[in-house]
Design a protein around this ligand. Structure first.
Ligand code: RP5
Length: 166
């Protein structure tokens, strides 16, 4: 079994539709991860235990998705020195603007690396985590480089196909 290097956590199972984007990327890069639901306000003790357990397991990065008054990433960051990557979820009537502000506006001292709202943010949270892991894992750096190359190739391909339509 693979070591868990990245913990993916979210405030509710209703966040998974967005956070799956992060899970898909981690799986694609064959990096060990686990997925947990815990809430800063509904289950504060469970959240604390989650952080302790993650540290014990040797997790290196924690990705946190939460919506509405999204304090989960900040609370988790306050409990650990592991890097925390926040994903604001667009689950509320404010379409994630509330979660963005709640996640990104950490007062000085406890950082949360905040990504974009929603699926793009979840995907980038995984890629950003992989970039951090790649600092000490050359094979991962190589894979990230191939990923970028494929992305660039797909833009060329899209451009070529568009020319056929105009
Ligand atoms: C937040 O409240 C969660 O992260 C979720 O985005 C939102 C709604 O949660 P549920 O009411 O669907 O459980 O804490």
């Amino acid at each position: 079994m693979k070591n868990v290097e990245v913990a993916v956590v979210m405030g509710s199972d209703s966040d998974y539709g967005v956070m799956k984007e992060a899970v898909d990327v981690l799986r694609q890069f064959d990096v060990g991860f686990d997925v947990t639901v815990t809430s800063a306000h509904r289950t504060p003790e469970r959240t604390r235990q989650f952080v302790l357990l993650s540290e014990k397991k040797g997790v290196k990065v924690i990705i946190v998705g939460a919506g509405a008054a999204a304090h989960l990433a900040g609370v988790i960051a306050s409990e650990t020195l592991l890097p925390v990557v926040g994903v604001p979820i667009d689950s509320s009537p404010l379409s994630g603007a509330d979660a963005l502000y709640s996640t990104v506006q950490m007062p000085g001292g406890i950082p949360v690396a905040t990504m974009a709202i929603g699926k793009a943010g979840a995907k980038n949270a995984a890629l950003f985590s992989l970039e951090m892991l790649a600092l000490s894992t050359p094979e991962l750096k190589e894979k990230l480089s191939d990923y970028r190359k494929k992305m660039a190739d797909s833009v060329e391909e899209k451009n070529r196909k568009l020319q056929e339509r105009v």
